[in-house]
Structure formats: C-alpha cells, structure tokens
Design a protein around this ligand. Sequence first.
Ligand code: GLA
Length: 690
Amino acid sequence: MTPASERRWLRTPSDDRPARFAYGADYNPEQWPREVWKEDVRLMREAGVTVVSVAIFSWARLQPAEDRWDFGWLDEVLDLLHSNGIAVDLATATASPPPWLTTLHPEILPVTRTGETLSQGARQHWRPTSPVFREYALRLVEAMASRYADHPALVAWHISNELGCHNIYDYSDDAARAFRDWLRTRYGTLDELNRAWATSFWSQYYGEWEQIQPPRLAASHANPTQQLDFKRFSSDALKDYLRAERDVLRRITPDVPVTTNFMVMGETKGMNYPDWADEIDFVSNDHYTHPGPQRLDELSFSAALTHSIAHGNPWFLMEHSTSAVNWQTVNVAKTPGELARDSLLHVAHGADAVCFFQWRQSAAGAEKYHSAMVPHAGADSEVFRGVAALGRTLHELTPVTGSVRQPARAALVYDWDSWWAVERDSQPTSLLRYRQEALDWYSAFLALGVRVDVVTTAADLTGYDFVAAPVLHVVPKDLAGRLDAYVRGGGHLVTTYYSGVVDENDHVHLGGYPGALRELLGIRIEEFGPLLEDAEVRLDNGLTGTLWTDRIDLTDPEVTVLARYGTGDQAGRPALTRRVLADGGSASYVSTRLGTQLSGVLATLLDGAGVVSELPAGARGRVEATVRTDGSHAYWFLVNRTDESVAFDAVDGEALTGPAPDARGGLVLPAREVAVLRVEAGATPFGRDA
Ligand code: GLA
C-alpha cells in the first residue's frame, strides 16, 4: 500500500506532483438528461474546472433494488469527464439509503431522543451503529471500489457525505447496545462507570451494563456525565463507520487517497473532527457563511481551525456556495466580489482545492434555490462569469499550491469537550455559546490585525508567545499541567469565566473556581455571577460586560487588577486580572463577556507579550493578512474585509493575483478584493511601512 504521506493527493512542498489548484464542485448528472452532460463538460472546461465529486446521492440509481445494479450511466459520466481532462473525487454513494432498503429494513432508521423514528424521504436516514445498514452500505462501497479501481478519472474517494449532518445523535436500541460497548471500553468496570458518572446522585447506580441507556427523554436533567459521554460516543460511532468504509476502499484501492467532507463551520459541534482527521488521507471541509457582522470572521476562523485539524497540511475545500444557500431563514445572495473573496480566504488558510456545492443548480428538489456554479439563469450570468474568473485567478496562484500556512505567534484554543459541556442543560446559564465566545476573541485578533492560529488542546503551545483559551471549561490534570508549564516557560495565557471548572468526567475541581487554573491565575472565586439576559455591568475602564461576572478574590501578590467592576453585585471587585510571573510569563483572566469590546483588552495583553501586528496601522482591522510559505517564498494574502478600498503606502513583493504595487510602492486594494504578494521566506511586504 502506498504510504499515507503519498496518498494525500494534494501536493506538498516536497513532492513533484504537478502544481495546480483543484477547482470544481459536487456534480449530480443523474438529475439531468444526457444532452446536458455534454454542455456541462464544455462549461467546466471554460470555467477551468479540474475535479468534480460524483455519485454522492446516487445509491438508488446505482442499486435500484436489492439484487439489481446499474453502473452504466456512471461509467459513461466518468468516461466523459476523463476524456475532458476532469478528475473525479468519487463518492461511495452511501449517504442516502434508497426506499427499497428502508422498506425492507426499517430498523436502520434513526430514533430521536423523544423516541420518534425518522422516516425515509429526505437523506441520511440511517443509524450510525446499525449492523444492517453497515452490511448494505459496505456492499455498495465494495461494488464501487471494485468497478472503478482502475478508472483513470479516479483521484480520490469521498466517503459518504457530511457524516453526522442529520444523524449524529441516534437513541435507538442499536445505539444503546453500541453505547454500552463503548462504555465498557472506556471504563472497564461498572464501579468505574458509577464513579465517573457520580451515580450516587439521584439514585442512578447501575448494577448491570444492560441497565444503561442513551440519555433519552427523561423526567428531568439527564446525568451530565452520561450526556457528555453520549456526545463522545456518538462522534466515535460515526468515526468507526468512517473507518469501516475506508478499510474496504484501502483493501481494494490501496493507492487511492480517501477523504470525507467535514463541516467545520457555525454551530456544527457533534463531530470531534480533530479526532477524526488521522483516519483519512487528506482533510476536506464544507463551509457556508451566515449573514451578519461576523460573517467573514467566522469563515476565517473555520478555515484556520481546519488548517490545524489538517495538521498544517494543505486541505480541500469540498463545498461552499457561489451565492445563496437554501436552508437559512433568509437566504441572502452574495454581493459582487464575495464569491472570489470567500474562496481565496480559504486558500489563504491552506486550502489547495476550491469546490462548490454544486455544479449545476437543481431544477427541482429541496435544494433548487441553492446557488451553484451554473445557476438557473444559465452560463450568461454574473455567477458563471465570477466562477470562470475565479478559475483564472486560481491558475495565477499555481505557485502557492503545496505551500503551508505560516504559524502565527498567537494561538486561540478550541476544545470540543468544553463546547459539549457548557451547552448542556443544568448550567449556571443557558445563554453561553462556546463557539461565539471563541469567535469573539478571533474577531478581536482580526480587528487588531494580528495573525492567530486556532488550535486544539492537544496542540504543542510552547512555540506560541501568546495563547487565548476562552471558556476552557473542561481541564483534566494533564492539561492544567501543560498550561502551567507554558506560563512558567515564559508564555502568556489569557482565559475567561467558566474555565478550569471541571475534569474530564465533569467533576468540579474543588476549593474554589477556576479550579484547575486557580493557582496559575492567582485568583479564587467562591460563586459565579451569571447575568440575566438583558443585564449589563460597567467596568471602571469604561467597558460594559454581559452574560457573566465572577466574585473574584486575589490570592497571589503577583496579580494586578486591570479593571474592576463599577456596577452590579461585584462592584469594587476585580473584573480583569493579570498575574505576571517572576520569569516573565503571565496568566490573565477576563471574568465578564466583552464581545466586540474585547480588542482593547486583547491589545493590552498582546502588548505585554510583545506580539504586534505585521500590518501597517491604516490596514489593521480592514485587511486580513495571512501568510503561506514553501520554505523559499512567503505568499502574503491581503484580504480586504471592507466595502471600501484600502491604500498601502509602501509595499514590496511580486503580485501573483490582484492589484500590484505601483512604481512608488503604493498599492490600492479595492473593496472586497484580495492581493497575493510573493516575497522571500521570512520577509514581509511591509518592511518599509509597518
Ligand atoms: C451540505 C451537503 C450538500 C448540500 C449543501 C447545501 O453541505 O453536503 O449536499 O446539501 O449542504 O448547502
């Protein structure tokens, strides 16, 4: 079998595969008559498309009945694409089981927490733990892999589709059985499980494994550790399914790289992707934006997180949209420039493939109002012209492929366990949104023009000068030790309310909050002070806090108070603290939600850590700068985040795409545009102007 490092498909700096961006879309030719296919490939060539994902929802067409197969049409599609120079990321086609299967085996249908069985008729109506579903699905995977193993168009396998998008939580009897097996592996004995789940509370002691169930609808709050473990289990169950498909593919086509499309975006939290990433050969992500003031920040945040989930390797943007989606409350079309800017922002964060959902906008079906590369209006449209222009831009960016995103000096920690834990029931507040908290910090970095990596708790933090870990709620002993060592080693850490509170079993670290981080921060909190929905508190530095306050006592002489509460129950007490250790590191604490006002606090803390923006002052906040490098060159992506042009006075570097520096070194970056400048590795384009 080809070694994993070579099965990545996307180019790395050390390999000699031809440099070019993969560009394309999901392609669903089964929705169209054959005449349209010819037109499709003609337009694909015109747009510079190099790859399409095929057969994602084709199970019912490929296997119209249990004992009937029909691959003829797909053979034809693959041949047609190949003869036009378009590669195929071939789906295993298992995403949506056909009606004959759910009729024959209704026991594959997922069951909700309230005990309702989901029906066929949409998609992804299968239980991740169903042995029956797995048997049928793997038979299809085997058939696909055997038939297309040697097809010259095949460049990668696309397992299922967005695993867990609709079926991450299944409470069926299959799930109950698999949950018990998972718990046996985790805890070994019932005694251990009873201890971890604290079943002495509310008479929940388990005497037999068979008594354990998923956290189905109950009379009151389900056991919190059971809930947390069910989230961990549900992510693992789908990961196990992913492995099962992958193993069939690896057995039959050992050299063909395997991927599956993650959904690192918005509030999608069921799948612990950092834990899935090693199961596949290259990471793919789907991303859709939400209108609002943080639209672009969230895109950038997701792309930065995807980069670290991919361990810094180039990754594949498998889906995003040319314009509107169909599943938001109001589906807003993109404004001119956004199509390219959104795509290039993903590229700036390490994507070496830019693909859309989907190639041709459906004429019927649930997604007919979702934009595509070829819209309902046809090729004579702004969208298609934008698509073709982006194809040309990606061609101009060919030298960038295989380069990797240059690490930042600052990191933002993102933790799935904390995400899961703080958004369950029975918390001090149900208003806290973990991802929003992290995003607000990310927005503050963007506002200051300071590059930041988004990393998980598993990351090695020692290379960073500054680490922000907002709402780091679940802190097992070893993580507490690593954070402590980081600060003692000279690192600068900032964390916030509701951090350090529990261990991995959701047991409180006793003795006062923030529990595991109490000594490091040099503070002690006896009681949380969450705020009612519309309540605000004033700080003595003019800022306004919402959502949360803490009753802080200082316990270490090295702690200074950066701001105090001016109003509310904590008036007079510290609100923002900073402990500077003798050897130079620091540990800071923010005890209230500052949202869009965070940038001022962050600026002070970054200053203390010596971390500064690389952008000229006038561009900070208005332009996002991201750097990719191949060891010899640095590629600076300057993304205009605003609807106005931004002028730079003195810029060096060769423009690969977008506006170039003029003879005097000035550069004007028009509204919503992107410039990519090539300079020597280690250099910045702002040597003379920063
Ligand atoms: C997801 C799915 C696609 C399509 C898009 C629409 O990403 O994978 O099949 O439904 O959403 O935005």
